[in-house]
Design a protein around this ligand. Structure first.
Ligand code: NAD
Length: 429
């Protein structure tokens, strides 16, 4: 009995060997299990995958050709998959254009982004905008930022005359994003804005319009849109491996501390937990289900009316209906810890992620087993990918532009309206 060796060469990072192998194993289905004699991988810069197939089971020339053509269809999937992974591990050498970014708002998340950007290859922190001179000095030393790239909230419109800054990343309290983004756009710089992009859809749309008018890009810090395990579930859904999607559950929350912080001040936050953490379940339900909701119902509960004042939500449960008939059930809260879970149920399988949207490592499994992708620092990948989008017109796997954010804001508006009216609200996104 003869055998045939099939060789697959994959340009790859070492850490991805096992995930590529897992994928290859799914090709077993093309052949009968018994026909696989051996599978092996050799790894240097290139991974050589060897699949040894018993020729005896290819009992006719027609059978053999059929299986080979199925394999030919399957291989591009392997390539596509592998590409996505090397793409997001970001170890490759790069000598193209670099996006020069100024961060506005040097708070806790701004600091996280600045630290993550140290490992970027396509984006670089070159400027700051802050109302606190001492912080500016500190950042200048830490990140080697020249004096001419430092601004405060009064004078940052002058960034227009600074040819060494391409984009401003707005990482300030939610309610400030709108005016700040419009000023940045008017200064002719690309806008990267944290979530929620604004505090309602009307303000969000004004930001989109202002950036269009100024001919600058508007991108939103949806870091999960580049997270490898999240992307793998989306790939499985898009390629039909999960079958028809039936149900999504998104649970997002944490117990908030200091009652004096801006997150609990409606003037600065625009709302409560829904704006801050519930938005992950809103956005997540859209990318996990792969459809836009057509109706919303919602219910709010408050256990502490002193801490969570009028207009600042503590806990909201909300439900979505999608055109296919799929439904989602989500919880957003500032009053429970250990709440970071996505569950997607479908006719042929499921995906379960917990933690699902934290800084990682994200953990997940599907009906096919554990999702074993290397952890990447979300903000490093996000900033490198945003550089590719802004400078090279690259397409993200899931949109991260202003229009995408306006959809989330329309849903947020509808959730608040559903609570106020106590009834189902129809949506058109
Ligand atoms: P923070 O309070 O730590 O930082 C906010 C910064 O804004 C501070 O440096 C503060 O001095 C500055 N600021 C400017 N004007 C202000 C004003 N009028 N009042 C209060 N502060 C003012 O908050 P943060 O956690 O860094 O959040 C900032 C933004 O980033 C928010 O929109 C938040 O939703 C978003 N965020 C996103 C993620 C994510 O994972 N994508 C994580 C955390 C925060």
């Amino acid at each position: 009995m003869g055998s045939l060796k099939l060789l697959f060469f994959q340009q790859h990072q070492h850490s991805d060997v096992f995930t590529v192998l897992n994928r290859l194993i799914s090709l077993y289905k093309i052949f009968t299990k018994k026909s696989i004699l051996a599978i092996s991988a050799h790894c240097c810069n290139t991974i050589l995958l060897i699949l040894t197939i018993k020729l005896a089971v290819m009992n006719s020339r027609r059978n053999f050709l059929q299986k080979m053509s199925t394999l030919a269809i399957a291989l591009p999937l392997l390539n596509k998959y592998s590409l996505a992974k090397t793409h997001f591990t970001h170890k490759e050498k790069y000598d193209g254009p670099v996006l020069r970014v100024a961060i506005m708002g040097l708070g806790s998340y701004g600091t996280r982004v600045a630290e993550a950007m140290k490992d970027c290859t396509k984006a670089k922190l070159v400027g700051v905008i802050s109302g606190t001179p001492a912080k500016i000095k500190d950042w200048q030393v830490k990140y080697n930022i020249p004096e001419k790239n430092c601004y405060n909230y009064e004078n940052f419109d002058a960034i227009k005359n600074n040819p060494d800054i391409d984009a401003v990343y707005i990482i300030t309290p939610n309610a400030l994003h709108h005016d700040q983004a419009i000023r940045v756009a008017a200064a002719g710089k690309h806008v990267i804005c944290e979530k929620p992009m604004a505090i309602n859809a009307k303000e969000g749309q004004q930001m989109v319009d202002a950036c269009k008018k100024a001919n600058v890009k508007l991108l939103v810090g949806y870091r999960m849109h580049f997270e490898p395990k999240t992307l793998e579930v989306i790939r499985m859904r898009r390629e039909g491996e999960l079958g028809k999607i039936l149900f999504f559950q998104g649970l997002c929350g944490f117990k908030i501390g200091d009652p004096t912080q801006w997150r609990l001040n409606k003037e600065l936050s625009g709302g409560g937990s829904l704006m801050d953490i519930g938005i992950y379940a809103i956005n997540g339900s859209r990318y996990m289900v792969g459809e836009e909701p057509v109706w919303v119902t919602a219910e709010a509960t408050k256990t502490d009316a002193v801490k969570f004042k009028e207009g600042v939500d503590e806990t909201i449960q909300f439900e979505f209906g999608f055109p296919s008939g799929a439904v989602a059930s989500c919880l957003s809260t500032y009053n429970m810890n250990n709440l970071d879970r996505f569950f997607l149920n479908a006719e042929k399988g499921f995906a379960e992620m917990q933690p699902s949207t934290g800084y990682g490592p994200i953990k997940g499994r599907t009906n096919k087993g554990e999702l074993n992708f290397p952890h990447v620092t979300h903000q490093t990948v996000q900033m490198d990918e945003m550089a590719g989008i802004i400078l090279a017109g690259k397409q993200p796997p899931i949109p991260i532009d202003g229009e995408e954010a306006v959809k989330d804001l329309k849903i947020i508006d509808a959730i608040y309206l559903a609570i106020k009216k106590g009834k189902k609200i129809d949506l058109q996104l």
